[in-house]
Design a protein around this ligand. Structure first.
Ligand SMILES: NC(=O)c1ccc[n+]([C@@H]2O[C@H](COP(=O)([O-])OP(=O)(O)OC[C@H]3O[C@@H](n4cnc5c(N)ncnc54)[C@H](O)[C@@H]3O)[C@@H](O)[C@H]2O)c1
Length: 361
């Protein structure tokens, strides 16, 4: 198998932004969407990085996403707002809503914003970590298309509904939890299927409701929630906050971005940000977070572990490394980028290994 090639984050972001510009996005929105993809790659969340570019392009080609959404916002209280994403790209609608949540947190101590009529927004931590420079704790959730069997069922109803929480951590990189509510994000199964690799047992059931390690059969079947009934409850909470409450599709009605080309996805999101200094000075919180992390990291590692990590630590390290060494792009993802580059008439960047990184023309 051919080895992945490293590409500079800057080049991948420039390339992705040009592809989005080709599909009609304004400069700001194209830049935001490209940043969201490369953020995921930098942090090692490759299932939600540029591997998604081709899927996003396909929905623009079928007129299923509005590249220039006339987004609007309603508010009843100063601290809250509900956004109508007008079928814009997920990262674009998400950024609009997150900006509102943070502006409201600055003005009122807390900002809570729902968004409806959006699309797949990628990695939830892209939005959650934006609260850190504001001295905020943030929570971001989004229901996804039907793929996850609630506890006790063999039929899917919820999606792999991602949930991210982030806060400052003193001198450390942000504390940042970001997880699918399935045992693993569906993108991992898609990648395994693309590589012809098996998946671990316990991730999914096949179409007949039997456990499977075959990635293709798992894609036809259902994903399982993490921690059984507990993960199932969290997936349903996300469906309530991001779907029922936002006014978007819920209860299995979100369309699959990779398989359903009949109509827009109608994804909803939920964003919450509050100021830490509503409770204590930010410096005091940061000091206490440093103590928290020091105690965690002082624990003796269990068998099979070299050290104890806090959520977001590995991602921050990966980002530092990939920022300087490049983002590894597998041959399969490179093929999909070549295809989308051809369709959009945008040149692919040059891998770092074959010379200095240069921006595409
Ligand atoms: N938009 C969508 O519809 C959608 C759906 C599903 C998932 N996603 C995204 O997919 C991405 C991947 O999700 P995932 O569930 O596969 O994440 P994951 O399993 O890689 O990580 C989950 C959490 O565990 C922590 N973690 C992982 N390894 C650790 C270790 N060794 N020590 C301590 N903590 C550790 C991570 O920091 C993270 O907070 C996320 O960005 C998520 O938002 C998006």
């Amino acid at each position: 198998m051919t080895a992945p090639l490293p590409y500079s984050a800057h080049d991948l972001e420039t390339f992705s932004a040009r592809v989005f510009r080709h599909y009609g996005l304004g400069e700001d929105h194209a830049a935001t969407a490209a940043r969201a993809l490369v953020f995921a790659n930098l942090r090692g969340l490759d299932t939600h990085g540029v591997a998604r570019l081709s899927g996003y392009a396909g929905r623009f080609e079928r007129d299923l996403v509005d590249p220039r959404p006339p987004m609007t916002l309603e508010t009843r209280f100063g601290w809250s707002a509900s956004v109508d994403g007008a079928n814009g790209m997920g990262p674009v609608v998400g950024q609009y809503a997150m900006d509102e949540a943070l502006a409201r947190a600055e003005a009122h101590g807390i900002g809570v914003v729902t968004a409806r009529r959006s699309n797949h927004f990628g990695a939830a931590s892209f939005f959650a970590v934006q609260g850190v420079p504001h001295g905020c704790i943030t929570m971001v959730m989004s229901p996804a298309s039907r793929s996850l069997a609630p506890f006790g069922s063999r039929e899917p109803l919820f999606g792999t509904n991602p949930f991210a929480v982030a806060c400052p951590a003193g001198r450390h990189a942000a504390w940042s939890m970001d997880m699918a509510t399935s045992v693993a994000a569906r993108g991992h199964i898609r990648l395994a299927a693309r590589h012809g690799r098996p998946i671990p047992e316990g991730w999914a059931l096949d179409a007949e409701g039997h456990p499977t390690t075959n990635a293709e059969r798992a894609l036809e079947g259902v994903m399982l929630p993490f921690a059984g009934a507990k993960g199932s409850a969290i997936a349903m909470m996300i469906d309530i906050l991001g779907g029922v409450l936002s006014g978007s599709a819920f209860g299995g009605d979100i369309r699959d971005m990779t398989r359903d080309f009949e109509a827009p996805q109608d994804v909803g999101h939920f964003f919450l940000a509050f100021k830490i200094d509503a409770f204590m000075p930010l410096a005091a919180f940061n000091g206490r977070m440093e103590t928290e992390i020091a105690r965690l990291k002082a624990l003796p590692p269990a068998a099979g572990h070299d050290e104890v990590l806090y959520p977001g630590e590995l991602e921050a390290r990966t980002a530092t490394r990939r920022w300087s060494e490049g983002i590894p792009i597998s041959p399969e993802v490179l093929e999909s980028l070549k295809a989308v580059a051809g369709r959009a008439g945008v040149a692919l960047p040059v891998p770092l290994a074959s010379g200095p990184a240069t921006s595409v023309s």
